[in-house]
Design a protein around this ligand. Structure first.
Ligand SMILES: NC(=O)c1ccc[n+]([C@@H]2O[C@H](COP(=O)([O-])OP(=O)(O)OC[C@H]3O[C@@H](n4cnc5c(N)ncnc54)[C@H](OP(=O)(O)O)[C@@H]3O)[C@@H](O)[C@H]2O)c1
Length: 294
């Protein structure tokens, strides 16, 4: 069985046979408050996953450090066996402390254990894509990623990972990574109001590499912008829908993984891909970057 098509078109990860609909789903919001423990509404969380897939979503972003393990368990319990074209992207490079903190986990053993945890918790023999997550909470920190990425490249050669991506990296770190292994996607923070990666996105586009923004709606601090609000109202859309539509228009290599625990918001987000933006509106939205608060 395969999933259907959602508006927004599709994208094939470079050098792979993995084609995903550009409108995907981020699973982080399905864990409990502060991305810790079970969801407040377990059946509601499972319903969101079911409806996402029934609506054509075939790209789900997750991590074993959401919960920890909660979102991966939910995905397995709800969606396994997965549709043939489903691409589940996980992340390695951090773990959670007992105090709910986010702690780097980049040693050889932590990465090996992390791959096996993900395989078990997702019910897979091979992980489709693993993003190597480095850097600070929302921004990259310069420095070599050779040692941990070499471990992940080894695990890929062993057949435990199909493809590798990077998360929270600089262009220099991408260039270093590409001397070690092929990179199919980059996941950094980016949205209509936070546009530090504009040049990076264009460069990745030229290389055919997917750019998957995290916090596409602003994450823990939803995007606030009177320009976005006014433009959305003129289209009879919500500001969050327009923020997603703008990302789809920004570049064909951008794939979306908005996160929600709400069926209503999921439906709104999927519908965002049907919005048509005039060039005047795109210019108006372009002017938000760097001025709206984050
Ligand atoms: N690589 C990384 O370091 C990293 C970091 C953060 C996140 N991620 C990934 O990126 C995905 C997306 O990021 P995110 O979920 O943190 O942030 P986001 O998608 O920017 O925003 C999620 C927030 O927006 C709300 N929301 C979603 N749809 C909405 C709508 N239509 N109207 C109003 N509010 C809406 C959600 O609340 P409701 O639940 O109430 O809808 C939630 O509070 C995550 O799920 C995760 O997979 C990766």
């Amino acid at each position: 069985m395969t999933t259907g098509t959602v508006p927004g078109g599709s994208f094939t990860l470079p050098g792979t046979s993995m084609t995903v609909n550009r409108m995907g789903f981020g699973a982080m919001q399905l864990a409990g408050p502060e991305v810790w423990g079970p969801p407040r509404d377990l059946e509601g969380a499972r319903a969101v996953l079911r409806e996402a897939v029934a609506s054509g979503v075939n790209h789900i972003d997750t991590s074993d450090y959401y919960g920890p393990h909660v979102t991966n368990h939910l995905i397995k319990q709800t969606l396994h066996p997965y549709p043939d074209d489903m691409v589940i992207v996980s992340k390695l490079g951090a773990r959670r402390g007992e105090d709910k903190s986010w702690i780097p986990a980049l040693s050889r053993q932590e990465l090996i254990d992390g791959v096996h945890d993900n395989l078990r918790n997702l019910g897979l023999d091979i992980l489709d894509v693993v993003n190597h997550r480095v850097g600070g909470f929302i921004a990259p920190t310069e420095g070599s990623i050779e040692a941990p990425l070499t471990v992940l490249a080894e695990l890929k050669r062993q057949g435990l990972i199909r493809h590798l991506g990077l998360s929270n990296v600089s262009p220099g770190q991408l260039a270093e990574a590409q001397t070690i292994t092929e990179i199919v996607c980059v996941q950094n923070m980016y949205n209509v109001a936070h546009r530090s990666d504009d040049d990076f996105i264009d460069d990745l586009g030229k290389q055919g590499i997917a750019y998957v923004p995290f916090f596409p709606l602003g994450g823990f601090t939803p995007i606030q912008s009177s320009k976005l609000d006014a433009a959305a109202a003129s289209l009879q859309a919500t500001p969050m829908q327009l923020a997603l539509a703008w990302l789809l228009h920004r570049s064909p290599n951008i794939l979306l993984i908005p996160g929600t625990s709400s069926i209503k918001h999921l439906r709104e987000n999927l519908k965002a891909a049907t919005l048509e933006l005039s060039s005047e509106m795109i210019a108006e939205l372009d002017s938000i970057g760097g001025t709206a608060g984050q």
